[in-house]
Design a protein around this ligand. Structure first.
Ligand SMILES: [Zn+2]
Length: 209
């Protein structure tokens, strides 16, 4: 059954992110979990500034099979497997947003090692429910692969062994993926992570140790 509230919220957020330069071209993809086994995700190859509810498809989380779509020419995002990996790894995840931003790529190039990036301990980190004085919060950094299945496999493998500090990850030279227990929380956390990464992108390399 088509869920108007989910579809409308995703379309509004896609337009917002597109206007901020986080979903340029047709890049990035947004999804929301409807049930344990099903999610809505944006269609492949669409400008994120002009989505309508018809540009979302409902898929099975376990195998990516399309359950419902309003336009038969639409196909699911090419990066659907990243979303499947997140929902399968985190049962409480209700939404998952994947965007491509310049600052996230720059911050990673400047400040990440092979596997992670230390986020700046700014006040904004509290948006991830980190309530410590001067916390050291790690953002997992994954290798980018042409084959999205490989990225998804890396995510599944790592999170089956190690829980991340925050509900987010970075794919090097690609973009961030953020999840949360609601569409609203996930939206807020994308903004917060982008704030932190924008700060890092403007921080000279030598100031990090
Ligand atoms: Zn991507």
């Amino acid at each position: 059954m088509f869920d108007d509230s989910i579809a409308d919220a995703i379309c509004v957020i896609a337009k917002d992110f597109h206007q901020r330069g986080w979903m340029s071209g047709t890049a990035g993809n947004l999804s929301a979990r409807q049930t344990n086994d099903a999610m809505w995700i944006t269609a492949s190859g669409k400008s994120k500034g002009n989505l309508t509810a018809n540009d979302l498809l409902k898929l099975k989380i376990n195998n990516g099979e399309v359950i419902e779509h309003n336009l038969t020419m639409n196909s699911p995002s090419a990066e659907t497997e990243i979303h499947q990996a997140i929902y399968q790894s985190f049962s409480t995840a209700k939404a998952c947003f994947h965007i491509h931003s310049i600052d996230a790529c720059l911050a990673t190039r400047l400040h990440a090692d092979e596997t992670h990036l230390v986020l700046p301990d700014l006040e904004m980190i509290k948006g991830f429910e980190i309530w410590e004085q001067s916390p050291k919060v790690l953002l997992p950094v994954f290798r980018n692969h042409l084959d999205v299945s490989q990225i998804a496999a890396d995510i599944r493998r790592q999170f089956s062994q190690l829980q991340p500090d925050i509900t987010a990850l970075m794919i090097r030279d690609h973009g961030i993926t953020v999840w949360g227990n609601s569409i609203e929380q996930t939206y807020n956390r994308v903004e917060i992570l982008e704030f932190l990464l924008s700060f890092l992108a403007r921080t000279p390399q030598k100031s990090q140790s």
